[in-house]
Design a protein around this ligand. Structure first.
Ligand code: UDX
Length: 432
């Protein structure tokens, strides 16, 4: 490779993290060889078809098509690139531990990988890197955890807050090569040992999840004492030591990372002989928070049997079609067990959601979902729900009741439209 030429990159596992990594490195001028075991996925991506809903990603895949090579063939990747980013998923097992079978499968394919450098992006329990290094003595190893958020992943990749690189003692060269790849993007560099880098990822996600459960509990207390949690969070967030982020109460956190990583860290601690008490509460609060909405509906409507409840939004957060651990799954199941009829609308997640929510009627639009409903629950804060003509929507509903699971709509505006509005940790507002 001549000076100034960009190193080719291998990406193993073209899920959400892998595809963002591949597309962004291609955008930065690298040839990228991305391998996945699912032939249909590889074929679709080779045609420029991106099925994940992630703003800006499809555009990058298409505009960098000449530098992006998708394949099912590991040999092709090993022959073309020395640096291999491992981006396979590590979903929770039934025991709540991270399922490392896909990571292990990749490792078993790399035993003859010679001078390659394996860069672990997949979230793995602390200590995994040490084990893998023992199994692959000839291969370089770097831990480089991923901090992308769904919905802003391309932006997050291109402008990282920090890049964490874990390297084994005495083999820092590999870490420097990875640091060089990220250098054009800025962000603070944290160069540390492999196990500490693995812990940074788990601890960051567990801490953010803890903040959410904390503010959810504060919101629940606000409801009891008549305080407004948005004011409380604003006042807290202005303290520099606290900061304003991740203090939005709601109906619980979901997604592919927080629930899995909190549970994985709790079990990692437990398996190592330490009882991580705080995380038990974080998980429990999150579960209860999803159920509180049902109690609010019962408070207003009485028994829910035969009541028609409209869910606005299903995805675990806006700007994604991801339904993994979405609060809507628990909420819909709870409503069904109370005998309610559930109808839902989500701008992008309905196709994937349909299979997971067999008893739920999927509507073509928010207005169609609201028609004839006894109440609506705002589950996901999709911006377009602010544009709903609430006066007209209310007229089509059986009862003008909105439970705002994300404190997203303007209570005064809803009252003006004739609604009873109840959010999370704020005073209920009746029709004005
Ligand atoms: C998260 C981490 O933020 C990211 O760094 C990591 O790489 C993957 O996990 P993501 O799962 O995409 O990213 O979503 P995030 O935006 O962090 O939100 C997670 C959940 O927390 C969502 O359900 C969201 O609605 C909820 N949330 C977030 C709150 O309830 N309140 C908040 O204040 C913030």
């Amino acid at each position: 490779m001549s000076e100034g030429e960009k190193a080719p990159i291998g990406v193993i596992g073209v899920g959400w993290v892998g595809l963002v990594t591949a597309a962004c490195f291609a955008e930065l001028g690298h040839e990228v060889f991305a391998r996945d075991v699912v032939p249909e996925k590889v074929e679709a991506l080779s045609r420029g078809e991106v099925t994940i809903h992630e703003p800006g990603l499809a555009e990058l895949v298409v505009s960098n098509a000449d530098r992006l090579h998708f394949t099912t063939d590991m040999e092709e990747v090993l022959d073309s690139a020395e640096i291999l980013f491992v981006c396979v998923d590590t979903p929770p097992t039934h025991s709540g531990d991270a399922d490392l079978s896909r990571v292990r499968a990749v490792v078993s394919e790399l035993t003859d990988a010679g001078s390659h450098l394996l860069v672990m992006k997949s979230t793995v329990p602390a200590g995994t890197g040490e084990t893998i290094m023992g199994e692959l003595p000839g291969v370089g190893y770097v831990s480089c955890p991923e901090f992308l958020k769904e919905g802003t992943a391309v932006q997050d990749f291109m402008h990282p807050d920090r890049v964490v690189i874990g390297v084994p003692e005495g083999r820092e060269e590999g870490g420097r090569r990875v640091a060089e790849l990220y250098e054009p993007l800025g962000g603070d560099l944290v160069m540390t040992d492999v196990t500490s880098a693995e812990m940074v990822k788990l601890a960051s996600n567990a801490y953010l999840a803890t903040r959410i459960s904390f503010i959810n509990e504060i919101a629940n207390v606000c409801e009891e004492v008549g305080a407004d949690v948005t004011e409380v969070a604003r006042g807290m967030g202005l303290d520099e030591r606290i900061g304003p982020h991740f203090l939005r109460p709601g109906i619980g956190f979901g997604g592919s990372c927080f629930p899995k990583d909190v549970s994985a860290l709790k079990l990692l601690a437990g398996n190592s002989g330490y009882h991580f008490q705080l995380l038990n509460a974080v998980i429990e609060v999150n579960e209860l928070q999803k159920r509180r909405v049902v109690n609010k509906l019962i408070k207003h409507l009485g028994p829910l049997s035969g009541r028609r409840i409209a869910l606005l939004g299903l995805a675990f957060k806006p700007d994604t079609d991801d339904m993994r651990e979405a609060s809507s799954l628990v909420l819909a199941a709870r409503l069904a067990s109370e005998g309610a009829e559930v109808v839902a609308f989500d701008p992008v997640a309905m196709e994937g959601a349909e299979e997971m929510l067999p008893g739920v009627e999927m509507a073509d639009s928010a207005l169609a979902a609201l028609e004839g409903a006894d109440a609506a629950v705002l589950v996901t804060e999709w911006p377009e729900f602010r544009d709903i003509e609430w006066q007209a929507a209310g007229a089509a509903m059986n009862r003008k009741l909105l439970i705002d699971g994300r404190n997203f709509l303007d209570p005064a505006g809803m009252a003006e439209a004739g609604f009873t509005w109840e959010g999370v940790g704020r005073a209920e507002v009746g029709p004005s």
